[in-house]
Write a protein that binds this ligand. Structure first.
Ligand SMILES: [Zn+2]
Length: 440
């Protein structure tokens, strides 16, 4: 069944990777529910956790490994991707595979001499630099061509440019590097899209050195192999696998009746939090729609009181508003710093903003999209606390449609707006003009 028009871009279901390019074609191909627009994949398989289970014999000794049940393939897939993105962050190349195709990649931001030597040893052809089109155009100072289905540009570099310091400069738009004039644009190799996706999952700049290699290279060089489809399915698999792992009552200055529930995904990544104010679960059980807000963590705004954004006032304001509402509320505190680009990239984006770009163009200059968040994280947490009908505190129409696409019944919206502070005025203006936020 086809998705409703426009909802494809909300990532609520595992993508179907294109066999040739490894690029995701986000499609709704899972079972459709009768109650909501779509049924979000639940995770009953996680309840039968096998990774953490130790099977004890009646005498209390550990049974032999051979008697343990097979590991769930989805857990194994997530574990493989998490290891691969950790390797990229360490500067170690990884092998991305799909059927007979194999692409050895290393992140331009972190590759050192050893990683580059590994790629040179294994490459069947000269390595290329993979970049997001916006970054490639900026480096080349000319427009680049790109295939509709392949938002990646591949550049052949002269050998002298394959140097760790120069590669970091090519990756980072704050470094003001230029490519050598002889850099030549090539057709991107198969799996280039998956390579960029893996770098983004690692919160790295989406710029990679890549080379096709022969099978068997990973074993020879002791490098990790990861299937392209596992990379593309990872954000959704991780979000769908969230389980509550801890809960505590935490009275807050503006909300004495507050609890925090921590959720962890099966990938072993960073935990997300649900902050419950009042008793929204009881309100939901009684048929009411409590307030809800999906708040992406903002270290600078939430903790330090940065004036560059409005996150701090939005966070405290939402909690205060929920404490006043008879139905209570739930604030989903999402580990998706900087609209999903990570704190380090957000700091880079700030530097670009100081040079004249707005928040949207700064993200794009880094090679990221305007908003890389995944609404299934918020939807899964809401479902886990038994709240599926909400009034959303937001100015962002994407949050309304994103949560709805992920199966949450958004029955109303409350504006959540705070006055400019003299520093964030342009930021708020960009939110209204370019992100379509409903700011009055
Ligand atoms: Zn912020």
């Amino acid at each position: 069944m086809e998705a409703a028009p426009g909802l494809e871009r909300y990532q609520c279901h595992p993508p179907k990777p294109d066999r040739k390019t490894g690029r995701a074609a986000f499609a709704f191909f899972l079972t459709l529910g009768s109650q909501s627009a779509v049924t979000v994949p639940h995770s009953p398989w996680l309840n039968k956790s096998v990774l953490e289970t130790r099977h004890m014999s009646p005498q209390g000794s550990l049974l032999s490994q051979s008697s343990e049940p097979a590991l769930d393939p989805r857990r194994l897939a997530m574990r493989g991707v998490h290891r691969a993105l950790s390797d990229l962050r360490r500067g170690t190349p990884v092998l991305i595979v799909q059927q007979e195709t194999a692409l050895l990649v290393g992140a331009a931001e972190t590759l050192g001499a050893a990683g580059l030597a590994d790629i040179a040893k294994a490459a069947l052809a000269a390595p290329v630099l993979l970049l997001a089109p916006v970054r490639a155009a900026a480096l080349l100072r000319r427009p680049v061509t790109q295939a509709e289905d392949q938002p990646v540009v591949a550049l052949r570099l002269p050998p002298a440019a394959l140097d760790p310091a120069r590669l970091r400069g090519f990756a980072d738009p704050t470094a003001e590097s230029l490519l050598p004039t002889e850099a030549e644009q090539l057709a991107p190799p198969p799996l280039a899209g998956a390579a960029l996706a893996l770098a983004k999952l690692g919160r790295l700049l989406p710029a990679l050195v890549a080379a096709p290699v022969a099978p068997g290279v990973a074993e020879r060089l002791s490098l990790l192999t990861v299937p392209a489809e596992d990379i593309l399915a990872y954000p959704i698999s991780a979000a769908a696998s969230l389980q509550r792992v801890a809960e505590a009552r935490v009275p807050l200055e503006d909300a004495p009746e507050a609890r925090i529930i921590a959720f962890r995904a099966a990938d072993g990544g960073i935990e997300h939090l649900a902050i419950l104010v009042g008793d929204p679960e009881a309100s939901a059980a009684a048929g009411q729609a409590p307030l809800a807000r999906a708040h992406s963590e903002c270290f600078t705004g939430d903790l330090l009181g940065s004036l560059r954004c409005d996150c701090g006032p939005q966070l405290r304001g939402a909690i205060k508003r929920m404490a006043e509402d008879p139905a209570g509320g739930v604030l989903l505190y999402l580990a998706q710093e900087g609209r999903g680009i990570g704190l380090v990239n957000k700091l880079r984006a700030y530097t670009l903003q100081d040079r004249g770009l707005d928040t949207l163009d700064a993200n794009r200059a880094l090679g990221y999209g305007a908003d890389e968040r995944n609404f299934l994280v918020a939807a899964t947490m809401l479902r886990e606390v038994g709240i599926t009908r909400v009034r959303l505190l937001t100015n962002n129409p994407d949050k309304l449609s994103g949560l709805a696409a992920c199966g949450i019944d958004v029955v109303g919206r409350e504006a959540h707006q705070f006055d400019p502070n003299g520093v964030n005025d342009a930021y708020l203006d960009t939110k209204a003009r370019r992100f379509g936020h409903m700011l009055g």
